[in-house]
Write a protein that binds this ligand. Structure first.
Ligand code: 4NP
Length: 147
C-alpha cells in the first residue's frame, strides 16, 4: 500500500514542526511518512532548538537527528497533507500553491483557527505548552486520517 505522507510546517523548522514530526512519528504504527519544513531559511541544516529536543526527550522522543530545511513548491506534490502551526505559516505556504488541489492540502494543525504560538523568543514553559498542544493535535490527526 502507498504510504500516507504528512508534512509539518512552521517558520524556522527548529522549534514547533520538528516537535510535531517527532510526536506524530512516535504515535503511528501504520505506513505513514512524516517530515517537517520551515517557511524561512534562517536555520537550514541546523538541528532542532535544544529546548524542543529536551521536551521531546522528557517524553521519550528523540528528535536530535532531525535537520531543518526550507519548504518548497515540490512539497505540494510529495505530501498528502500539510499542517501549519499558525496563520502566518498558512499564508506563506498557500502563496506558493498553484492549484486548488494544492491549497486543499494545507490546514492549521489545531482546530477552530487556533494557533500553536511561536515559542522561540520565550522560555521553557512555551515549549511545554507547544508540546501539549501538538500532542493533542497529533491524536486528532490519527483519528481523522485513520492512521
Ligand atoms: P519555529 O520557531 O518556527 O517553531 O521553528 C522559530 C525559530 C526561529 C525563529 C523564529 C521562530 N527565528 O526567527 O530565527
Amino acid at each position: 500500500m502507498e504510504s500516507t505522507k504528512i508534512l509539518m510546517v512552521c517558520l524556522g523548522n527548529i522549534c514547533r514542526s520538528p516537535l510535531a514530526q517527532g510526536i506524530l512519528n512516535s504515535k503511528i504504527t501504520s505506513n505513514t511518512f512524516v517530515d517537517s519544513a520551515g517557511t524561512a531559511a534562517y536555520h537550514v541544516g541546523n538541528p532542532p532548538d535544544p529546548r524542543s529536543t529536551e521536551i521531546a526527550k522528557q517524553k521519550g522522543i528523540d528528535i536530535s537527528q532531525y535537520r531543518a530545511r526550507k519548504f518548497t513548491k515540490e512539497d505540494f506534490t510529495k505530501f498528502d497533507q500539510i499542517f501549519v502551526m499558525d496563520q502566518s505559516n498558512f499564508e506563506d505556504v498557500i502563496r506558493l500553491a498553484e492549484t486548488k488541489a494544492e491549497q486543499d492540502k494545507v490546514s492549521l494543525i489545531l482546530p477552530f483557527e487556533q494557533e500553536v504560538p511561536d515559542p522561540y523568543y520565550g522560555g521553557k514553559e512555551g515549549f511545554e505548552y507547544c508540546y501539549s498542544l501538538l500532542d493533542k493535535a497529533c491524536d486528532q490527526i490519527i483519528e481523522k486520517m485513520k492512521l
